[in-house]
Design a protein around this ligand. Structure first.
Ligand code: 5GP
Ligand code: ZN
Length: 139
């Protein structure tokens, strides 16, 4: 899909901190993380939301979410991981390419709000380091 930022990430036209990839799925670190380790899982094939995505891609994303959540647990030892997926402007979907958020919370870090948060650019060095840690834990 032209001008879709996540399609560009899948095709390597925009850089990303990749943590996982398979035939249907691509996963990378969010550049405005709600918490450290905030990871997005997307279908390689463009679909806007839960109404458009194929069942095969949806299943692949959820299978991948389990693998990546296991890697996040191994890499970051969180107290919990929130799984969030927004569909439509009404719930503040900002990037119109389906994505599942994995949002870990570590000990003594703030509560995680679910459909609205401030966009604050993260520390890219820390994001990169965390992505590498999760990607390594995938092996
Ligand atoms: P949502 O559409 O569910 O509200 O969230 C979109 C998410 O994509 C946000 O958390 C935002 O930080 C993230 N995001 C937007 N543009 C980029 C980008 O270019 N690279 C990465 N890694 N994340 C992005
Ligand atoms: Zn797209």
């Amino acid at each position: 899909m032209p001008n879709c930022i996540f399609c560009k990430i899948v095709h390597g036209e925009i850089p990303s901190v990749k943590v996982y990839e398979d035939a249907r799925v691509f996963a990378f670190e969010d550049i405005n993380p709600i918490s450290i380790g905030h990871t997005l899982i997307i279908p390689k094939s463009h679909a806007e939301n839960i109404w458009e995505i194929s069942e095969e891609d949806l299943a692949a994303i959820h299978v991948a979410s389990k693998k990546i959540a296991q890697a996040i647990r191994k890499a970051l030892d969180p107290t919990g991981v929130a799984v969030l997926q927004l569909n439509g402007r009404g719930v503040n979907q900002m990037v119109m390419h389906y994505h599942l958020h994995l949002i870990p919370r570590t000990a003594n870090s703030p509560e995680i709000s679910m459909t609205q948060w401030n966009i604050v650019p993260g520390d890219m060095a820390l994001i990169r380091k965390t992505g590498e840690k999760i990607a390594a834990a995938m092996r």
